[in-house]
Write a protein that binds this ligand. Structure first.
Ligand code: SF4
Length: 190
């Protein structure tokens, strides 16, 4: 919808440039572990669909990672249904919209799960690790850490936008990860 052609080949580049932290974390673990559990797959599949990743490319994308761990047969049996489901081609045939921040903030990831909002679910040490992974200097991140610790995850996210994109977030706060992505692409396109 914003003019970028999105395929399985450029997701990681777009991620580095423009994804909010909740999605960067899912991409990181997918690349590292070649696996995401159900909550993460659901959150990430819908986000990627909404930035313009077509179903056939989504299949390639997930398969590219999962096939490093499971056979083609297991991928098709266990995982392809869920991808088709997210695109409205299975089950209720509902064309699910991407999750907004309010929905993501309800996520309570268990062990080996990485969905949810990092500014809410990560403790300070883990948050520091992921901020460093984004190339930020921790001395400059005190605001983000304070907002996160004080129960203002969406304001922490807006501050993260500002620090990684070099401009103030164009709305009072972050309410949707796809709005965050669109705001970043608008900056990159200039
Ligand atoms: Fe993602 Fe929203 Fe949390 Fe930002 S505030 S990290 S977009 S869930």
């Amino acid at each position: 919808k914003n003019g970028d052609v999105v395929t399985e080949r450029n997701v990681h580049t777009l991620c580095d440039e423009s994804f909010p932290l909740c999605m960067k974390i899912l991409q990181f673990h997918l690349q590292r572990d070649n696996h995401l559990r159900n909550g993460g797959r659901f959150q990430y599949t819908l986000f990627l669909k909404a930035i313009g990743l077509p179903l056939s490319n989504s299949m390639f994308f997930w398969k590219m990672h999962f096939r490093k761990r499971v056979s083609e047969e297991v991928f098709v049996r266990r995982y392809s249904y869920h991808i088709r489901h997210a695109y409205g081609l299975e089950g209720k045939m509902a064309d699910y919209p991407p999750q907004n921040c309010a929905e993501i903030l309800k996520g309570t990831p268990g062990p080996l799960e990485y969905h949810g909002c990092p500014f809410k679910v990560l403790d300070q040490d883990r948050l520091i690790d992921v901020l460093k992974r984004s190339g930020l200097k921790i001395e400059a991140c005190q605001d983000i850490l304070n907002l996160s610790a004080n129960g203002s995850p969406q304001n922490a996210c807006a501050r993260y936008f500002e620090m990684t994109q070099g401009e103030t977030y164009p709305h009072p706060t972050v309410v949707h990860p796809n709005d965050y992505y669109d705001a970043s692409r608008n900056i990159k396109r200039r």
